[in-house]
Design a protein around this ligand. Structure first.
Ligand code: BT5
Length: 264
């Protein structure tokens, strides 16, 4: 098995905070579960990395398949000094950072499937699971869980036909150490900017969205709707127009699918 070389990550790190402190597990249930347990005692920018997760988590009760040696399974502990109302912007910010990182560093055309997937060639390459805790009106900590499929081969995706890995897309194996350093760099860049302005770049969200102007199915807790995506808002929500011409504001707790399949 290809094992991560933490020394290589340390030597190539170009960030101030994110990734300076790494907690490494050969195998753990879920880096998000561990990060949430430990978050209060950890400093901003600490990253928990697992070679393998036995119970990797997606949103709600979804599972994230996380075999050893081929993925980038990580949880980043953030300690933003912001009012809790801004927390919901962080998953959007993380998706923008990862989208730009993949395009700039790996030359692959990528899209964001709001609110938490990164897409290449209509397939999911990365999922994001953000969990947080507040103290009064303020954020206490935010854990950004990121799963990137890096070096899995085609066989792995027989059971996940709507997903892919970076290696399959590039036609070559990818250095996971370099990828971690790239993730940390882009995340820190976006995070620092966000902390100054507390704003999201709507133009960028719309330009990188694979959903804009698409007719989609939206699965909410209490109902499902069919609607066309017409834009995104400064608070990280999505604007849609439903079949009755009502404009609705959708928050990130939903699942969005194409009319017939994952995307189409
Ligand atoms: C997500 O959830 O996409 C968030 C995934 C976050 C995973 C990271 S890994 C590090 C950290 N620790 C954790 O325990 N989790 C985070 P969701 O939108 O609910 O998508 C989950 C769905 O994606 C599943 O129901 C499957 O259909 C599919 N899936 C599972 N494993 C996958 C994989 N490796 N690649 C692509 N799709 C996958």
């Amino acid at each position: 098995m290809d094992k991560l070389n933490l020394k290589v990550i340390e030597e190539n790190l170009t960030t101030d905070k994110i990734g300076k402190n790494i907690i490494y597990y050969e195998k753990t249930e879920s880096t998000n579960v561990m990060a949430k347990k430990l978050a209060s005692g950890l400093c901003h920018g600490t990253v928990l990395i697992a070679e393998e997760q036995s119970l990797g988590k997606g949103r709600k009760d979804n599972k994230w398949v996380s075999p050893p040696g081929v993925g980038a399974w990580m949880s980043i502990v953030l300690k933003p000094e912001i009012e809790s109302e801004h927390i919901c912007k962080i998953p959007v910010l993380v998706s923008l950072a990862l989208q730009e990182m993949l395009e700039k560093k790996y030359g692959v055309k990528t899209w964001v499937k709001w609110p938490n997937d990164i897409i290449i060639n209509n397939k999911k390459i990365c999922g994001i699971l953000t969990e947080s805790s507040t103290k009064g009106m303020l954020a206490d900590w935010v854990v950004s869980g990121i799963g990137i499929n890096v070096n899995q081969d085609q066989k792995f995706f027989e059971k996940l036909p709507f997903a892919t890995s970076l290696a399959l897309q590039k036609g070559e194996n990818i250095s996971r150490e370099e990828l971690f350093c790239n993730v940390f760099f882009f995340l820190e860049k976006y995070y620092n900017e966000f902390i100054k302005t507390k704003r999201l770049n709507i133009k960028q969200i719309e330009e990188t969205s694979i959903l804009l102007n698409k007719k989609v199915k939206i699965f909410q807790e209490d109902r499902n709707i069919v609607a066309t995506v017409i834009g995104f808002k400064e608070d990280g929500t999505m604007l849609v127009r439903d079949e009755y011409e009502n404009t609705l504001n959708i928050n990130g707790s939903v699942t969005v699918r194409g009319i017939n399949s994952y995307l189409d």
